[in-house]
Design a protein around this ligand. Sequence first.
Ligand code: HEM
Length: 385
Amino acid sequence: MISPFGSHQAGVATAQQQYMTLVAADLTVTDAVLLRRFLVDVSDTVVAITRGEDTPPSPMYPEKAETPTDYATGLPPAGLTVTAGIGPGVFELSGVTREPPRRLRPLPDFAGDHLDPRWGGGDLVFQICADDPQVVSAAMRALRARMPGYAVIRWTQSGFLSSPHGGGTPRNMFGQKDGTSNPRNGTAEFDDVVWALPDEPSWFRGGTYLVFRKIRMKTANWDLTARSEQDAVMGRHRADGSPLTGKAEFDAPDLDAAKADGTLVIASDAHIRRAHGFSMLRRSYNYDYGFLTAMAGGSPDPLEHPENHPHAPGTKEHHHGGHGKLDVGLLFCAYGNDPDRQFIAAQKRLAEQDRLNEFIQHTGSAIFAVLPGFGEDGYVGDTLV
Ligand code: HEM
């Protein structure tokens, strides 16, 4: 069991569990009193389910106090954490008098964005993680049961991590080790990068920001790309995650190293060169929605014609199976205390130039302030309302 209490909420510094669902919601309450009541109720629920206990009966349905609330019947909590964040809209409620976190602003547009408005924004977010997908799903139901009268779900996203041979850094849907250069929990770098800066309003101490991007990965194009080019796109060997200038995954990339002909070993547009120098905690999950989102009429881009993808020389005439509509990718989650200098600065640079762009498409986007932690006598958001 992972304790939900502490100066920071669980689920950020916590080692990544195998499954995640992000639930974004819009508030239907208009004042701070009701928001507080909702947050107290959510906290009681979170405390119960992370211990593997039934949730208290919903105050919305007093006449149904007998209704069972053992959503995860018979299952242990499987490392469950629920991490709550708020969007800019919360500060428009009457009676919310605290100053907003200084860096909580809608994200700018980035070149190449292909955002579906159905997968963005929100007044609230809950990041639900556990090592059992059914526990994640049950936690979602438990939280949803508290929402009537307070909030409505806006969007959800669900993802998973891989479990590579011998453990270590998980693999993304392109087969790459993803997360190698993340700051490590327990180091000064981690604290400096993640937790709210001293110039933030005092109620926000212990909080952080979450930038979410739903990024589709064009696996069909990737699978038709030679291994050497795949490695060049990233600047790392896909097989073992080592930089093109090194032998082992954690060797520091040498960005100045040149080949005999004078060209750079790690190309000028390689992803790790373009992203280098921007520190953030990437706590992302893979997703595979198959053809579901295309069938629901959303992104992937219905304008993406199959003829736009490359074929190896000599490929025979063939029909396409609609792989341009396959929705597989990364639920990119970046935690950090300064989105302007971290995610936003990095994404501007990547949108400008990154060899990876040919293979990816950003289709969802949101930013939240992750609330500080709370104690046994408190509730999530108790320093805010
Ligand atoms: C589907 C999209 C993406 C994929 C597949 C991807 C994949 C990777 C991989 C495999 C690495 C090298 C291993 C590691 O250090 O984790 C990496 C590094 C990194 N990525 Fe991405 N990434 C994606 C999007 C992004 C975005 C949107 C950002 C931020 C705006 C970002 C920021 C970074 C940073 C900061 C590094 C570390 C660079 C360094 O070595 O200093 N990535 N990414």
